[in-house]
Ligand binder design. Structure first.
Ligand SMILES: C[S@@+](CC[C@H](N)C(=O)[O-])C[C@H]1O[C@@H](n2cnc3c(N)ncnc32)[C@H](O)[C@@H]1O
Length: 221
């Protein structure tokens, strides 16, 4: 199989892709990393969190969507979440993920299953939370202009997928964002920072999750 399950440092599962030679998350802790990068430095930093329009580049396991759905501070918000994923998981791979076996996320198990029941189109996960899924790459995806106020940029690294970290991709994403919107990514490389700066973002280097010194938060202007 192209992808195998691996238990990470916090007990949550990630996948290892033999095609890219990379894990989907930090081996120090998948949930720990997703919380730190996407929820704490992204979702919880929105200034007006009543209407949240999220774009995720690399939907993968759906962990970031699950954590967003479960986040108590945005429970009353109207959330539109678009997950871009050209290589959706198989049903067998979804069964290997253990996120909903922890007490914190157990109640979300049916919705996690629903997230993976389609890879194109949209579904209401709960009142006020719509998930859209697209099964082509970010390069091909058609995005509404000026729509998103939060981007979870969670592609494989620039070492293995350099084209995804180029200004052409960030400019396309910027055009789909509102001014003041936030893009967060686990990456901190100078080349990624410069590509973001050339694409209409001001970048902030923030402390990374355990095992990683820094990460990037970029604000669209
Ligand atoms: C590091 S994994 C992270 C996945 C996910 N965010 C998660 O929490 O499981 C990167 C993901 O990007 C996807 N990907 C690969 N090429 C892509 C592309 N051109 N556009 C968008 N996503 C892509 C991969 O299939 C993979 O699911």
């Amino acid at each position: 199989m192209e992808r195998n399950a691996v238990i990470t440092g916090d007990g949550s599962v990630t996948l290892f892709s033999s095609e890219t030679g990379e894990h989907y998350h930090s081996v120090h802790g998948a949930i720990q990393e997703s919380r730190h990068v996407f929820i704490e430095a992204g979702l919880k930093q929105l200034k007006q969190p009543e209407h949240i329009h999220i774009l995720e580049v690399g939907f993968g396991t759906g962990l970031n969507c699950l954590l967003t759905l479960a986040e108590p501070s945005v429970r009353a918000a109207e959330i539109h979440y678009l997950g871009i994923e050209p290589k959706p998981l198989t049903g067998e791979e979804v069964l290997m993920l253990n996120y909903c076996s922890s007490e914190a996320y157990a109640a979300f198990a049916p919705r996690f299953e629903q997230m993976h029941s389609f890879c194109r189109g949209s579904r209401l996960l709960r009142q006020g939370f719509t998930l859209g899924r697209v099964d082509v790459g970010i390069e091909q995806a058609v995005l509404e202009s000026g729509f998103f106020n939060l981007v979870y940029f969670d592609a494989f690294s620039a070492e293995v997928q350099p084209a995804l970290w180029e200004p052409a991709v960030f400019q396309k994403i910027r055009a789909a964002m509102q001014a003041g919107g936030i893009l967060v990514t686990y990456a901190a490389k100078g080349s990624v920072r410069r590509a973001l700066q050339q694409s209409g973002f001001v970048t902030n280097r923030l402390p990374g999750p355990p095992g990683k010194r820094e990460m990037l938060q970029a604000i669209a202007y």
